[in-house]
Design a protein around this ligand. Sequence first.
Ligand code: ATP
Length: 248
Amino acid sequence: MSTTALSRTTAAVSLEAVSKTYGTGPTAVRAVDGVDVDFAPGTWTAVMGPSGSGKSTLLNCAAGLEHVDAGRVLLGDTDITDADDEELSALRRTRIGFVFQSFNLVSSLSAAQNVELPLRLSGRRPGREQVLQALAAVGLAERADHRPRQLSGGQQQRVAIARAMVTAPEVLFADEPTGALDSTAARGVLDLMRTTVSAGQTIVMVTHDPAAAARADATVFLRDGRIVDRLAGADAATVAARLVSLEG
Ligand SMILES: Nc1ncnc2c1ncn2[C@@H]1O[C@H](COP(=O)(O)OP(=O)(O)OP(=O)(O)O)[C@@H](O)[C@H]1O
């Protein structure tokens, strides 16, 4: 892992000519194919595209969950392309937050214990106050001692966001964060994401939902592992129409 001073305004995350192939020989799949993209600090970008177009792979490469075959991945000024597992684990505990469609909360732990988990894993002993503040930020201070099964899907996702944000990550990656939620709960989660972006958070979010993408500042569209378009400030109908044109 090396630190390089960049002359241009440093992106929160940068992918330079990134490619990722699964498998070898005739069954090889080039999931990401020479992608160049910058995610600016304090912006919210949606990633859309047909099923199998490489959205999750792109997100996982950007977040250091997958190693790339070619190209470079930069987190701020840090080149994480060749980071080893230990370095990547450290990054995930400190500089990167991740939210999944299935929430991935630990069912035997309370909301508060789930939120403090990343801090404990990085050797810190969070005070109750800090954890309650993180839950209050997602509107759930009253549910601190509830187990995940005692919470609605939308509330569980908000706990997952509080857990991802408690370490003040530079980038929050979200893979289908509203995919398991009804539209009201989804709106609550998207409202929360907008609030965090207004406070300076960078978010990169994979979604199938044009209404969710329309809440982001911009949407990048993938097809066959390549970025084929980018729309800024588009409404849901415009995003949906672009997506349909790629699926055709
Ligand atoms: N671990 C893996 N092993 C082999 N092939 C994989 C693996 N993960 C993804 N792929 C393949 O890479 C391609 C891109 O997959 P990816 O999950 O990134 O697409 P996606 O756009 O997120 O799809 P979806 O919208 O259906 O979730 C697909 O053809 C997929 O089958």
